[in-house]
Design a protein around this ligand. Structure first.
Ligand code: GUN
Length: 295
């Protein structure tokens, strides 16, 4: 069994991006700029945001974190999105999810200009992705594709089983892995809460990806010997042996599943850091679309 070290790989990618940003600066251009909007102070969102800010600094982007109180109205948030759409110094921006209950995330995502949508969540980008057209790929699926590519994991002709059909992970990943592309050409099964006999389907997976958000959902009896296991879950569970009283785990019963898998991603340190690396890659892409280099 080999561990897929997402933290290390994401650092490598960020170092590569830093070289690219330094090259742009040496040519007299400005650095790419990423803005993030955080509404309220959800602890998980705060932690993700701190990671994104650190990563911007590491790759040499300029960046801004715009905080708004939980009570912000839909109208005021949409107005902020409109202002960011028009702001020339912003190459890409994200609105951190989840939003407080009184806000409509679909309307907010729809208001983001697709050329600024470095999360790849806008339906325009989703549609382009689904048709294999040039687009921003959603950051978590994109991070997983990079992981598979850099670890030279063959996907062509393999059976990939994805657990969970969210708009930001499961559904786009099912499209991407079945595309006719370098990392693609897999036969994909997307399983969800209404699927009968999830266990049997998972047991036939060459590549098993869990994005369901339930701790220890994937047990060793669901995994084929030698399978590749990618854990997208980030779940906080009680752990009184820790000073904080809790710890982060994925969807996979890591210790037992690791004994059967050929490759496995840990939590933390697997998919999470790759999502941030993919966001950084999308931001450079947004910048380059805006300032195309003469060849
Ligand atoms: N919340 C959890 N993950 C993400 C992400 O990748 N982007 C945004 N905008 N919100 C999130």
């Amino acid at each position: 069994m080999a561990i897929i070290d997402g933290k290390k790989l994401s650092n490598t990618i960020k170092e590569e991006l830093k070289v690219e940003v330094d090259r742009l600066l040496a040519q007299g251009q400005r650095a790419p700029h990423l803005t993030a909007v955080l509404v309220g102070n959800n602890p998980a969102s705060e932690a993700y945001m701190a990671n994104k800010v650190r990563s911007c600094e590491k790759v040499g982007f300029t960046h801004e974190l715009i905080r708004r109180p939980t009570e912000i109205t839909q109208q005021d948030l949409l107005q902020l999105v409109e202002e960011l759409n028009k702001d020339e110094k912003v190459d890409g921006f994200i609105v951190q999810l989840p939003l407080p209950d009184h806000l409509d995330p679909e309307a907010v995502l729809l208001a983001i200009d697709p050329s600024n949508d470095v999360d790849g969540f806008h339906p325009f980008n989703f549609g382009c992705m689904a048709q294999g057209l040039e687009s921003f790929l959603p950051a978590t699926p994109y991070g997983i594709l990079i992981m598979l590519e850099r670890y030279k994991i063959e996907t062509s002709g393999k059976h990939a089983v994805i657990i969970g059909r969210s708009n930001i992970v499961g559904t786009p990943l099912s499209i991407l892995l079945s595309r006719k592309a370098k990392v693609g050409n897999a036969t994909v099964t997307l399983v969800h809460s209404r699927t009968t006999d999830i266990k049997a389907i998972c047991r036939s997976a060459d590549i098993l990806i869990s994005a369901i958000g339930k701790p220890f959902f994937v047990t060793a009896d669901m995994v084929k010997e030698g399978a590749i296991v990618i854990d997208v879950g980030i779940n906080r569970i009680d752990d009184l042996s820790r000073k904080s009283g809790s710890r982060l785990v994925g969807d996979v019963d890591f210790e037992k599943v690791a004994e059967k898998a050929s490759f496995i991603t840990p939590v933390p340190g697997g998919v999470g850091p790759m999502t941030v690396a993919a966001l950084m890659m999308n931001t450079v892409k947004a910048y380059k679309r805006k300032f195309p280099e003469k060849s």
